[in-house]
Ligand binder design. Structure first.
Ligand code: GPV
Length: 837
């Protein structure tokens, strides 16, 4: 379609026809310009932090060019867009990712070198924005990278928390300490503040009927302000947007309180508005149930939907067609209030009737479930929802009434079914089940790995599955090879590209299958091992610096990094480490000669209020201290708790893994995503038949994994056996370890008592004692196989070659085709309105 070109457009085009040039000297000039004009520093004397900021601004300039063109192009083509709504985006650092995606890393390296800086060091100046807890937030970030790379029209929407995930420190005694993460201290060069993009969001108040429709009035109003970050794709000009909302006082004034002469308290009450976007709830897979959390949810969802509807209405057409241009993905139930909010907008603002509003709403939303743990399923008390969002409560009741009416029609007299399928849980207090609302209001519901999607159908929503089997899908998670291989592991990436004679695998992972034909090549084996050694050396240096302990790169690097949670069973890992320690203490010199040295690395944060998880951290630190200082052990075993695990630390240590642990009780880890990253980086997995481990095994083969433990279908029975006394472990190694803990060898009884209590048969919900022997057997196989370094490296090569399924590009294509109905839309300059390359 031809685009009209105005005189003004022509004038602007004539003076700004060129994109920012990409040669070293131009880039150098752009950086120095930002030092002087943006940072207002002298260009003759600036430090690394300012070099970082100026570099970031210069990269941002480029992204703004492509961002503007991409968005204008999408609008011109009137494409359908997906909006990914997530309370968490764990983006990690931007700079290196942007340079690699734009393909200008070496030019920036050159420019900075001329200025006397090392790009690597400059990149290390960037703060890691921790706007998420763990897997769910990082998945959203990988998805944004793939959406951009595949050229899908998409936006991310979330919250711009002032305080992200807390910084973790460890006290002298080995306890976790939480420090607030004020990540904006030095500003954020990647965001663009849009003071003109703002929406009012209301809370509390009352409902009036004006004869035509309901109106929500009074209460409190805050303003949501947009902060945009451009998201570049790899090897494409397309640039997407991540829009995060920040809360500010509403501009409308409550004249009453001012005229009452209550000036100071009126101002103070305005200040309270900012609390809404001030802090990320640091809970992983447990539900907090706090009023402020529901406020956060409605705040970002309401602003987002107003923004989406405004964009749709720019073209003159009925809102009943919204679903033809808009798909909204709910990242877990956190944004589910949006289903009621869109209904409210349709009916109360746009005068739509219920049926039309509901038909459209259910064609717009789809919902991803990320856990079957009952304690993580969000439920809000009816009282709270009624108070905070009175109109939404009315609408939810009406959604439920109509929904249950259908159920009654089909199953007259089946009260149990009605109770199970109701959005409202009857009880004291009455609760709104957000997951049921999400299922009822969505056209598709998906789990995040095959086993998990099965459990979503069979355990969480069996009644719904029976009625609408096609509504339920599996979308196995994936991770982006750009950040997790190309950027995090340049050593291995270089080897892969050289053997494949292309670096196209970075956006087409399946090409890595081509590595398999060389698996017997001694050269390739050597190069894989050299890359591994490079990565282990870097981590060894980090350990030396942080702990003052030397570790050998010949040792097996064994890593478990993830949020600390009982179901992830870090406790089982540390118990096996204690057993390993005891075994080493008993070894003869000849046996020691045969023993494979291990460096055990554990990392992760415990939610501040999760007492047992914090005890586990304390135990790990206690074991670390005893083992690392025991002269008898020497190099054979070293144990480190890596503090403050985050995306940046993950990028550093994952490439160094020989083996990684994904050992959740079967059925409890929905997918896991680090399991994928570890294998892509040339390591093997010891793990249970849980989450995506199962599909990884399917892809890379049973010989390339160390699988152990009960299967999901065996768990209920085993739990009952433990609980009612039919089973008691007899593993003498475990008995010895537990005795030592009981004798407070590793930590005080404040920690050892509650931990041991949890391991008693009637309390061992996570089946640590039940899976223990099988786990130890698997560990023995790991030791044995590691002795044959040739066969080991061959396993890692084969595994890297076969991991294509777990690229988030594959995942996002499946969402695009099966749920969102999107078309890839690469930018094509189609009119004079765009600049020329
Ligand atoms: I629900 N997950 C998370 O990180 N936070 C949450 O609040 C919830 C789930 C995780 C699951 O625990 C992982 O198994 C999964 O891989 C990840 O979400 C992404 O789907």
């Amino acid at each position: 379609a031809a685009v009209e070109v105005s005189e003004k457009d022509k004038i602007i085009h004539n003076i700004m026809t060129q994109y920012l040039p990409r040669d070293v000297d131009s880039i150098l000039k752009q950086i120095v310009n930002h030092v002087e004009y943006t940072l207002a520093r002298t260009k003759y004397n600036f430090d690394e932090q300012h070099a970082y900021q100026a570099t970031a601004y210069s990269v941002r300039d480029r992204l703004i060019e492509s961002w503007n063109d991409t968005q204008q192009y999408f609008t011109e083509k009137d494409v359908k867009r997906v909006y990914y709504l997530s309370m968490e985006f764990l983006m990690g650092r931007y700079l290196n990712n942007a340079l690699l995606n734009l393909g200008i890393e070496s030019q920036y390296q050159g420019a900075l070198k001329k200025l006397g800086f090392d790009l690597d060091e400059v990149e290390h100046q960037e703060r890691d924005p921790g706007l998420g807890n763990g897997g769910l937030g990082r998945l959203a970030a990988c998805f944004m990278d793939s959406l951009a790379t595949i050229n899908y029209p998409a936006w991310g929407y979330g919250i711009r928390y002032k305080y992200g995930m807390f910084e973790q420190r460890i006290s002298k005694e080995g306890y976790q300490i939480e420090i607030p993460d004020y990540w904006l201290t030095a500003g954020n060069p990647w965001e663009i503040e849009r003071l003109d993009v703002k929406y009012p969001v209301r809370f509390y108040g009352e409902i009036k009927h004006n004869g035509k429709h309901y109106e929500w009035q009074g209460g409190e109003v805050v303003t949501a302000i947009a902060y945009d970050s451009p998201i570049p794709g790899y090897d494409t000009y397309n640039t997407l947007n991540l829009r995060l909302w920040s809360a500010t006082p509403a501009s409308e004034f409550d004249l009453d309180s001012f005229s009452r002469g209550d000036y100071y308290s009126a101002v103070a009450s305005k200040e309270a508005a900012e609390k809404i976007s001030s802090v990320l709830y640091p809970n992983d897979a447990t539900e907090a149930g706090k009023e402020l959390r529901l406020k956060q949810q409605h705040f970002f969802v309401s602003a987002t939907l107003q923004d989406v509807v405004r964009r749709f209405k720019k073209k003159d057409r009925p809102l009943t067609e919204l679903h033809t241009k808009v798909a909204i993905q709910l990242n877990d139930t956190h944004p589910t209030i949006g289903i009621a909010e869109l209904m409210r907008i349709f009916m109360d603002h746009e005068s739509m009737g219920w049926s039309a509003a509901w038909a459209t709403t259910t064609k717009v939303f789809s919902y991803t479930n990320h856990t079957v743990l009952p304690e993580a399923l969000e439920r809000w008390s009816v009282d709270l929802v009624e108070k905070l969002l009175p109109r939404h409560m009315q609408i939810i009741y009406e959604i439920n009434r109509r929904h249950l009416e259908e159920v009654v029609k089909k199953y007259p007299g089946d009260g149990d079914k009605l109770m199970r399928m109701s959005i409202i849980e009857e009880g004291f207090p009455k609760m709104v089940r957000m997951a049921v609302l999400a299922v009822v209001g969505s056209h598709h519901v998906n789990g995040v790995a095959a086993i998990h999607s099965g459990l979503v159908k069979s355990r969480l929503f069996p009644d719904f599955y029976k009625e609408q089997p096609d509504k339920f899908l599996n979308m196995t998670n994936g991770v982006t090879p750009r950040r997790w291989m190309q950027s995090a592991n340049p050593a291995l990436s270089e080897v892969i590209s050289r053997w494949l004679e292309t670096d196209e695998w970075v956006s087409n992972y399946e090409l890595c299958r081509g590595l398999e034909q060389f698996v017997d090549s001694a050269d390739m084996q050597r190069e894989f091992r050299e890359a591994k050694r490079t990565n282990k050396k870097r981590v060894a240096e980090r350990i030396k610096k942080e702990f003052g302990v030397e570790v050998s790169t010949d040792a097996m690097f064994d890593i478990q990094v993830k949020r600390i949670h009982e179901y992830k069973r870090q406790l089982m890992n540390v118990l096996s480490i204690i057993c390993r320690y005891n075994a080493i203490k008993r070894m003869t010199p000849a046996e020691k000669e045969e023993c494979v040295p291990r460096v055990c690395i554990i990392g992760g944060k415990a939610a501040a209020g999760y007492v047992i998880a914090k005890h586990i951290i304390r135990l790990i630190n206690g074991v670390s201290k005893v083992v690392n200082n025991d002269k008898d052990v020497g190099d054979l075993l070293k144990v480190f708790f890596m503090t403050n695990y985050n995306v940046t630390l993950a990028e550093d240590i994952i490439p160094a893994n020989d083996i990684s642990q994904h050992i959740s009780t079967a059925g409890m880890e929905a997918s896991g995503t680090s399991n994928m990253k570890f294998v892509m980086n040339g390591g093997l997995i010891i793990g249970t038949m849980d989450g995506a481990n199962i599909e990884i095994r399917e892809e890379i083969g049973n010989d390339n994994m160390f699988i152990f433990g009960l299967l999901e279908e065996e768990i209920d029975r085993a739990r009952n056996e433990l609980k009612y006394g039919g089973y008691q472990h007899t593993d003498s190694r475990l008995q010895e370890a537990m005795k030592q803990i009981e004798a407070n060898k590793y930590c005080g009884k404040d920690v050892s008592e509650p931990l041991l209590k949890n391991l008693q048969p009637y309390n061992d919900y996570y089946l640590v004692t039940r899976d223990f022997s099988s786990y130890m057997d698997a560990q023995a196989r790991v030791d044995e196989e590691y002795k044959n370094q040739t066969s080991w490296v061959k396993k890692t090569i084969t595994s890297v070659a076969r991991m294509g399924k777990f690229s988030s590009d594959r995942t996002i294509r499946e969402y695009g085709e099966q749920i969102w109905n999107l078309e890839a839309t690469p930018f094509v300059p189609s009119s004079v309105a765009y600049k020329t390359v």
